[in-house]
Design a protein around this ligand. Structure first.
Ligand code: UGA
Length: 439
């Protein structure tokens, strides 16, 4: 099938290349010329494991192309909308400008019988509004909302092997036509028997924000327990292990530490609260404000802990920050807790050196006032404290004995509860972590 994908960021680019893998002929459209050029030349504009190979493979097949011109999307039977919906400046609500622009640009090429399939995370009610616009301007065209659940770092795997498909379908006769087109797009996945949930627009839109809100709540729950553990001397990691054995609870997303960041969870819970307010149902989501508060408190606590470890003052102290991306296996620094902490430390007078296996370039662009190093050893040279703030494998696997020869003071703060505590203690380090006793 000929398919267009409008918006070629983390979501759209991976989606476009994956659709080729599923047997389709795909054109990706984006307004960013540099991105389109890079993708066309087979160069991934972002770090995402497995994507570079997938991109090269899909381009080599001749079934993938990229363009800045929406006319390249003409003739596609399905048009996916994969543009971003960032938080508005100074407000909680989502900024729908890019969705609106993408939808309006599609009006130039859309023909009756073709399907627009929204993938962007949008406030509930958006699909119905867009469907009305498409119906008015291109009678006989179809709209579905088909949320995406991929995680950065696992984007390729999640796209090709999703754990469910959700189709938000139009009411009435159009539902069958929209569903058939989506089934054709995902045919190999549907054939594997992956669960499929067919809903109305509002439910599909809410599935996405509800899922991200649940994940954020789970993380903040364990981080609230970490605060209590700090007050009582209990150990949050053991607590998470123990409650996680109950499969109603589950151990996943119970890693206490610096909390959640990135381009999705923080802005999605805020946009969800804002939308609930508009709908007169704000009380239903007031708990998400607390989820957000708990999350932001962890960053402050991390800075306090660093100060405590540095004998009560950060002034002039050399602090190494390992990790800048909002999570490992990504170069995404949007709302990164690690960078947020690094910046706060610097503001409080510490001499901060940040390193990250993939995100230094992005970080330098956004936070030029911080000092950067290429390796953990370089960042930690003569450091008074080392903070591990993003749990990249290479930091988890650092040899505390060898690493101890680099620093001035063997003090490590494990911001993600990801290090082997006993090994670091045995190598003579003092070890501190959120939600765990000092060692
Ligand atoms: C999230 C969701 O997990 C995806 O399902 C969703 O599709 C995506 O948002 C989206 O809306 O596009 P992502 O932002 O890539 O994916 O990252 P997550 O793996 O959810 O991690 C988010 C943050 O939570 C990271 O900063 C991570 O370090 C933190 N986290 C995660 C914890 O602090 N503890 C945990 O136990 C798990």
């Amino acid at each position: 099938m000929r398919i267009s994908v409008v918006g070629c960021g983390y979501l759209g680019a991976v989606h476009a290349a994956s659709l080729v893998e599923l047997g389709h002929e795909v054109v990706g459209v984006d307004v960013d010329e540099r991105k389109v050029q890079a993708l066309s030349r087979g160069r991934s504009p972002f770090y995402e494991p497995g994507f570079q190979d997938l991109l090269e493979h899909s381009l080599a097949s001749g079934s993938l192309s990229f363009s800045t011109d929406i006319n390249a999307a003409a003739g596609a039977r399905v048009h996916f909308v994969c543009v971003g919906t960032p938080q508005k400046h100074g407000e909680y609500g989502a900024d729908l400008r890019f969705v609106q622009t993408a939808a309006e640009s599609l009006l130039e090429v859309l023909e009756p019988g073709e399907l627009v399939a929204g993938k962007s995370t949008v406030p509930v009610g958006t699909a119905a509004r867009l469907a009305a616009m498409f119906q008015e301007k291109v009678p006989g065209s179809l709209l579905a909302w088909n949320p995406e659940f991929l995680r950065e770092g696992f984007a390729v795997r999640d796209t090709l092997h999703p754990d469910r498909l959700v189709y938000g379908l139009p009411a009435g006769r159009d539902a069958g036509a929209a569903q058939a087109l989506l089934d054709e797009v995902y045919a190999p996945i549907v054939a594997r028997g992956v669960p499929k949930v067919e809903t109305d627009y509002a439910t599909a839109e809410m599935v996405k924000t509800a899922a991200n809100s649940f994940l954020a709540t789970k993380i903040s729950f364990i981080n609230a327990m970490a605060e209590l553990c700090e007050a009582t001397g209990a150990d949050v990691k053991q607590l998470a292990d123990a409650i996680g054995y109950d499969d109603r609870i589950g151990r996943k997303f119970l890693n206490a530490g610096l909390g959640f960041g990135g381009g999705c969870l923080p802005k999605d819970i805020r946009a969800f609260m804002a939308r609930a307010g508009e709908l007169g149902a704000d009380q239903a989501l007031t708990f998400l404000r607390e989820v957000d508060n708990i999350n932001m408190r962890r960053r402050i606590r991390m800075v306090e802990l660093a100060r405590e470890v540095c004998d009560g003052s950060l002034l002039g102290k050399r602090v190494a920050v390992l990790g800048a991306a909002f999570k490992p296996d990504s170069d995404d620094i949007r709302d990164s807790p690690a960078l947020n902490v690094a910046a706060q430390l610097q503001l409080q007078g510490a001499v901060v050196r940040v390193t990250d296996p993939a995100a230094v370039e992005n970080s330098r662009r956004q936070w030029p006032q911080l000092d950067y190093a290429d390796t953990a050893e370089e960042a930690a040279e003569r450091a008074d404290a080392v903070l591990v703030l993003t749990e990249w494998r290479e930091y988890r696997e650092l040899d505390p004995v060898a690493f101890g020869t680099v620093v001035a003071q063997k003090r490590v703060l494990d911001g993600r509860n990801a290090l082997d505590r006993e090994a670091w203690l045995a190598a003579g380090w003092s070890y501190r972590a959120l939600g765990r006793r000092a060692g």
